[in-house]
Design a protein. Structure first.
Length: 303
């Protein structure tokens, strides 16, 4: 049995899946309670994620505006602790109400017990398949903090955006504009957007491994973009590794390819799942042999 939300982070094998697939299609947003700082909103798992973000932004509530334009459902969001432009879902998730298939009961799991990490949670790895997410409770704030992500900070200074009010709406407008420029908002007219978003997660290295990688890059005449701190570790740009392993933007391999706008987005050019996975394997092999880094796939392959 498989649970499906919007299907934006899964790849089905060409042979299909022999078994029951349940697509969660519940809808609705409810105000759970108002606090001194903002509001707690409960959103049904099947509700379109970006419609929820827009709802929050229009109500001048902040906390999820950087996650604008991410396809899929609200129930899919806790699975990999969705994140973008310096914001992660874990920062606002109060709790996740689930059906526990083992205990055959409905329970509420506090956000602090979801084991959220960079593109992961207990739902994605340790207990994959155990819980069906029914709804998610988010705590949104009345005040909004300034963006942290350099590219977004620059975009916010654009005269077409700097005059927009309220602040969460300005951030949403900036994020959607950045995402569209990278084909990271799905559109049937844009072949570069027929993807699962980022195909690989950014590798997380400790200080010693990072120093080794930087030395290796330097000896090849390459300067890596600054690694992003992640606790005691550092996040390295997977896109940089992919491009410098020889897989440039716009590369075509049969029915699959690399987006012309973003080296991390592998796109479906009318081919098969096998085409896509074969390109992914080729990239992983080359990055490993050139840089000693094992790339991890972000979407889930379902056989
Ligand atoms: C163009 C594009 C851009 C993207 N950009 C980003 C980004 O910036 N940041 C980011 O983090 N992700 C991004 N993604 C990935 C994806 O959109 C998110 O991971 C999204 O949250 C997946 O939601 P979904 O409903 O489509 O899940 P699906 O793809 O349907 O499912 C993904 C996994 O979640 C499980 N699942 C889904 N719903 C439930 C439920 N109710 N209960 C239990 N399990 C469930 C499924 O079983 C599966 O294991 C992008 C994808 C695309 C196509």
């Amino acid at each position: 049995m498989r649970i499906l939300g919007g299907g934006s982070n899964v790849i089905f094998s060409d042979a299909g899946f022999r078994g029951l697939v349940i697509r969660v299609a519940t809808r609705g947003i409810e105000l759970e309670r108002e606090t001194n700082h903002g509001s707690e909103l409960r959103v049904q798992a099947g509700h379109e994620w970006d419609a929820f973000v827009e709802h929050c932004v229009r109500a001048n509530l902040s906390g999820v505006e950087c996650l604008s334009g991410i396809p899929g459902t609200a129930g899919g969001v806790p699975i990999q602790n969705v994140g973008a432009y310096g914001q992660e879902a874990k920062e606002t998730i109060v709790s996740v109400r689930v059906y526990d298939r083992n205990a055959k009961s409905i329970i509420s799991i506090p956000g602090t017990e979801c084991e959220f990490g960079y593109r992961t949670s207990r739902f994605k790895h340790r207990e994959a398949g155990r819980f069906i997410i029914l709804d998610v409770l988010f705590a949104l704030r009345n005040d909004s903090s300034p963006p942290r992500y350099p590219e977004l900070i620059t975009k916010m200074q654009d005269p077409a955006i700097s005059g927009i009010s309220p602040h969460p709406l300005a951030v949403r407008t900036a994020v959607l504009s950045l995402r569209k420029a990278k084909s990271m908002v799905h559109s049937a007219e844009d072949p570069d957007s027929i993807s699962c978003g980022s195909f690989f997660t950014n590798p997380v290295l400790d200080a010693e491994s990072l120093a080794k990688l930087e030395a290796k890059m330097k000896s090849s005449g390459l300067t890596m973009p600054r690694a992003y701190p992640d606790g005691h570790n550092f996040k390295v740009s997977a896109a940089f590794l992919v491009e410098n392993a020889g897989f440039h933007k716009g590369l075509v391999r049969g029915g699959a390819g690399v987006s012309t706008k973003h080296a991390l987005a592998l796109i479906n050019r009318g081919g098969t799942a096998a085409d896509l996975l074969s390109l992914a394997d080729e990239i992983k092999g080359e990055v490993l042999s050139r840089f000693g880094i094992q790339l991890e796939m972000e979407p889930e392959y379902i056989v």
